[in-house]
Write a protein that binds this ligand. Structure first.
Ligand SMILES: [Zn+2]
Length: 218
């Protein structure tokens, strides 16, 4: 089971960075990390990232039971998505759910984001698939996401946003930003006639590197 060193500090730093990079607005989205004891640290619902402190973070067990929360703080309503990811993938230490504009455009169109930039597959494992639709807050959001995440670092949540997984919050935030930037670039490339695919064997090689790094993160 992968876990994150100093998970509280790592989650808070990534939350501030996510806001600074414009990947979320206000209180939307959420970040979690797995602790050495298997419990999870997650950002609370309805607290602005700009004002968030370590005390605001919530600790839950692997079933979502609250173990530690300051007065008035509760785990995000989207916590079930995080729980499903940790239950399915033992080799991840962090999950980030966000609503970045360009990636969400693809999520609304139910279109995958192709791995058409060199080395994209090194960081993401291949094209970023879109899940089947499930209403927010239902367990199916999690189970659908797990299917779309197989062998990948991220998946589009249909008609909603993005989820990304990896060893640590800073790495998962990097994937989130990379997917968002690629969605914007692909959209632009389509206006120019559409992206030219990278040869399959090249992307397969990149995906192999992703698979290696996933089990041996740096
Ligand atoms: Zn959401």
């Amino acid at each position: 089971m992968r876990f994150v060193e100093r998970p509280e500090a790592a989650v808070l730093a990534a939350a501030k960075d996510m806001l600074r990079r414009g990947l979320v607005e206000g209180t939307a989205g959420n970040i979690s990390a797995r602790r050495e004891d298997g419990n999870l640290v997650i950002t609370p619902s309805s607290v602005d990232y700009a004002d968030m402190t370590l005390d605001d973070l919530v600790v839950v067990d692997r079933d979502g039971g609250v173990l530690q929360a300051a007065d008035g703080r509760s785990p995000s309503t989207e916590m079930k998505l995080h729980l499903a990811c940790y239950a399915a993938f033992d080799d991840i230490g962090s999950v980030i759910h966000s609503h970045p504009v360009w990636a969400t455009m693809f999520a609304i169109a139910h279109q995958s984001i192709p791995a058409c930039i060199d080395e994209f597959a090194v960081y993401c494992g291949g094209e970023i698939r879109c899940t089947e639709y499930a209403a927010s807050g239902t367990p199916e959001v999690g189970s659908n996401a797990v299917k779309a995440l197989e062998g990948r670092a991220a998946a589009l949540i249909a008609n909603h946003g993005l989820v990304a997984v990896g060893p640590r919050p800073d790495k998962v935030l990097h994937v989130t930003a990379l997917v968002e930037r690629t969605a914007q670039i692909v959209w632009g490339a389509r206006a120019l006639g559409g992206p030219v695919p990278i040869p399959e064997e090249v992307n397969a090689g990149f995906a192999g590197i992703y698979g290696y790094l996933r089990t041996n993160p740096m």
